[in-house]
Ligand binder design. Structure first.
Ligand SMILES: *Cc1c(COP(=O)(O)O)cnc(C)c1O
Length: 456
């Protein structure tokens, strides 16, 4: 078919030694998180009740290259470097002159990119003498990643799993328990936050917002327990940059340079992970473009407002500068559960605001159509979240075909969809529906933004 190989593999010895910290190079760094009571910037010591010192330091560091501790690299070697694929068969199916590459993070034990940060977070907490981590999970991908990581570093792990997912995705729970985690359906009777909800509504299906409140309360009320978050925060995006750093080297091995980098965007760690190392080149004058893809049901970048908002529904977190739909916005129950967060990473938000990142939203049927075409040409069944990037890559490749342009497109295939086959069933049987325009619900939630200084 071509001289260019299908899989471009890096030797284990080329595993990155440092993470890339984009704060060192951003033209304008994001505004600081604010304490909602005082309105003053959050002090590092305010976070010490739930995060270890090393992660608090990384959250605010402006050092460009941050060394990856050797024990973390040792665990990364279980599945990293991950393969970069040239999508020869997809290109042929589309008849496009574009060259399509995808980085595949589904080869991790948990099946997504999330272990890249889970492993680092477990390591730093263990170093700080913590015995247990508490977290929340919606669709189950983050809970799985943290369960795996805690197990590998000898930590206990408590996962508050949104009740509906707990009931609908028993095998995600089973996977977490296999790695030794304790999984509670949320709302649970184990926390005040959970008991309060159960008191009012015993059959509550739960929400990510409630589960976050439970996990944070668990961590804040136990000396030996910390909290871990799977996206949004600066240190999480930092850890994910191994994806883009490897991809750049892999492209260079075949004499390529990306013109366009695409990733789905929930809280932003997947996008930041693959794209930030390419933005490093952009800040130095390169013309590479970055495209974030989100669901129409939760269009944070494309229809949100750039403002200070709480990270959780209850309003327990600091005020974060971000594109937000309003913390009270409850997105429709689309199948890409990992893309249903109301806000976005401060780093991604600021870069988008300045035009270094573009964004686009898709309805879910178009996303599944792309996922099936991808599965039938490349073989891999994508996670519904990842399929958003597949949709955009296909559309961009078709645009190249129209315009007779041979661009090099790179996207991140952030995970496989083996736990999402019910969603594929719904698509194939015609039961998967596009949601109604969420404009009114978004407007209502935006009207409830907290009082805070404007960002723009
Ligand atoms: C969580 C998840 C995402 C979204 O990740 P963010 O880092 O929050 O943007 C994308 N793809 C997969 C497979 C995921 O599990």
């Amino acid at each position: 078919m071509s001289q260019v190989p299908t899989k471009i593999l890096l030797d284990e010895s080329r595993l990155p030694t440092h993470w890339y910290n984009i704060l060192a190079d951003m033209p304008t760094p994001p505004k600081p998180p604010l304490n909602p009571q005082t309105g003053a910037p959050v002090r590092p010591e305010d976070l010490a009740a739930i995060f270890p010192p090393a992660l608090i330091e990384q959250e605010v560091s402006s050092e460009r290259w941050i060394p990856i501790p050797e024990p973390v690299r040792e665990v990364y070697r279980l599945w990293r470097p991950t393969p970069l694929f040239r999508a020869h068969r997809l290109e042929a199916a589309l008849g496009t002159p574009a060259r399509i590459y995808y980085k595949y993070e589904g080869v991790s034990p948990a099946g997504s990119h999330k272990p890249n940060t889970a492993v680092a977070q477990a390591y730093y907490n263990k170093e700080a003498g913590i015995r247990r981590l508490a977290t929340e999970t919606g669709a189950g991908q983050w809970g799985s990643a943290l369960s795996l990581a805690c197990n590998l570093f000898g930590l206990e792990c408590t996962v508050y799993m949104v009740r509906v997912s707990y009931d609908q995705k028993p095998y995600r729970r089973s996977m977490m328990e296999t790695w030794g985690a304790t999984v509670h359906p949320s709302p649970s009777p184990h926390t005040q936050a959970g008991r309060r909800v159960l008191g009012a509504e015993p059959d509550s299906p739960g929400s990510l917002g409630i589960a976050i409140s439970e996990a944070v309360e668990d961590a804040a009320t136990h000396e030996d327990t910390n909290y871990a978050l799977g996206s949004v925060l600066n240190h999480v995006l930092l850890h994910q940059t191994v994806i883009g750093l490897e991809a750049k080297e892999q492209l260079a091995l075949v004499g390529e340079k990306a013109d366009l980098v695409i990733a789905s965007c929930g809280g932003g760690s997947n996008l930041g992970g693959i794209a930030f190392p390419f933005l490093y080149d952009r800040f130095a004058g390169d013309e590479v473009e970055v495209l974030a893809v989100e669901p129409e049901a939760c269009p944070t970048l494309t229809r949100g407002r750039y403002a200070y908002d709480f990270g959780d529904v209850a309003g327990l977190t600091p005020l974060l500068p971000m594109y937000t739909l309003g913390r009270t916005y409850v997105p429709p129950a689309i199948h890409a559960g990992g893309l249903r967060y109301h806000g976005d990473s401060a780093l991604v938000s600021q870069l988008y605001h300045e035009g270094h990142i573009q964004a686009r939203a898709y309805p879910q049927r178009a996303v599944f159509e792309a996922a099936v075409l991808f599965a039938r040409s490349e073989g891999i069944v994508p996670a519904p979240e990842s399929a958003h990037a597949v949709r955009a890559a296909i559309d961009e490749a078709l645009r190249c075909k129209d315009q007779g342009e041979a661009r090099t497109i790179l996207f991140n295939l952030s995970g496989h969809g083996h736990f999402d086959m019910a969603a594929y069933d719904a698509y194939r049987s015609g039961q998967l529906e596009d949601v109604r325009d969420p404009g009114e619900a978004i407007a209502r939630a935006l009207a409830e933004l907290p009082e805070a200084p404007p960002l723009v």
